[in-house]
Write a protein that binds this ligand. Structure first.
Ligand code: PAF
Length: 283
């Protein structure tokens, strides 16, 4: 695995590989890699000739008072994990390399960014779209891999690729969970012991919400979920049922039950997506 820190080196290696007709698979991450990330890298490596993983904690997607400075980082661990999972190129740019001067342009997401996580994180998805667009320009991937845990992000990136005619196929990979159901996240290390004990309830409530939605309709299920989450110690940010991937408050073939809870040092998100024709989780 080659570790590359500059955009020019990355571009020239990938140009060479593209001339050799190599298929490029891309996994953008913010590092502190866990089994959720390595499952994305495994998937990419299985269908690509060259698998590129980027690690960049993107300041543009963190709002004021969010955890940009305390976001967990461990480069040695990440290099080992990326190599083991099958990455060929690890792109590790510095903030100065990615943003040599303040951006004069930013992408603004027009639809779907003001609900769920976007409602309490204004500008977050503009920052995500901007950095992913930059990374796509540098890597020009044939395929890019995103986790279902960040379902709203995956939906918006899929829309971005469609709207801008980007020649990259977006793959959304099921959430990897710890044994008790807690979704893998780099931020889980920041849970206090009693919060870690409670956190698997998030997935349990979402699953029950999805079953109830099938029986009694989404809005009854949504209010049941909200009550169930209020009983936890984490502060409820949102618990909603929406259509997926359009993220509208309407019934459709595919639905999502999604929630975010704020604990002392960390905000956790999770979701369950199902097909209403046949209550089958797509994860
Ligand atoms: O999902 C993430 O880790 C980030 O939002 C991403 C896609 C790498 C953009 O910074």
């Amino acid at each position: 695995m080659e570790v590359i820190r500059t955009k020019s080196e990355l571009k020239s290696i990938l140009q060479r590989r593209r001339k050799e007709q190599s298929r490029i698979g891309f996994v953008p991450t913010m590092g502190y890699l866990h089994s959720g990330h390595t499952s994305l890298i495994n998937e990419a490596a299985a269908v690509s000739d060259v698998t590129v993983v980027s690690i960049f904690v993107n300041p543009l997607q963190f709002g004021e008072g969010e955890d940009f400075t305390t976001y967990p980082r461990d480069e040695d661990h990440d290099q080992r994990e990326a190599r083991k999972a099958g990455a060929d190129i690890l792109f590790l740019p510095s903030p100065e390399e990615m943003y040599p001067s303040p951006m004069r342009f930013n992408l603004h997401v027009q639809e779907g960014a003001d609900v769920l996580c976007g409602a309490s994180r204004p500008g977050h998805f503009d920052g995500v779209a901007t950095v992913v667009m930059k990374l796509f320009q540098l890597v020009t991937p044939d395929a890019a891999f995103f986790g279902q845990k960040d379902a709203q992000q995956a939906a918006l990136i899929t829309n971005m690729v469609e709207d801008f005619d980007i020649d990259t196929r977006i793959h959304v990979i099921p959430t990897i969970r710890e044994e008790d159901g807690l979704a893998e996240s780099s931020r889980n290390v920041r849970l206090l012991p009693e919060e870690r004990e409670e956190a698997p309830q998030i997935y349990r409530i979402l699953n029950e919400g999805a079953s109830l939605a099938e029986k009694d309709g989404p809005w009854t299920a949504e209010s049941w979920m909200q009550d169930a989450f209020q009983a936890l110690s984490g502060e409820l940010d949102y618990a909603e049922i929406r259509s997926y991937p359009s993220l509208k408050r309407e019934q459709d073939r595919t639905m999502i039950a999604a929630a975010a809870l704020k604990y002392k040092h960390v905000r956790l998100i999770d979701n369950v997506i199902w097909n209403t024709d046949q209550r089958r989780e797509t994860e």
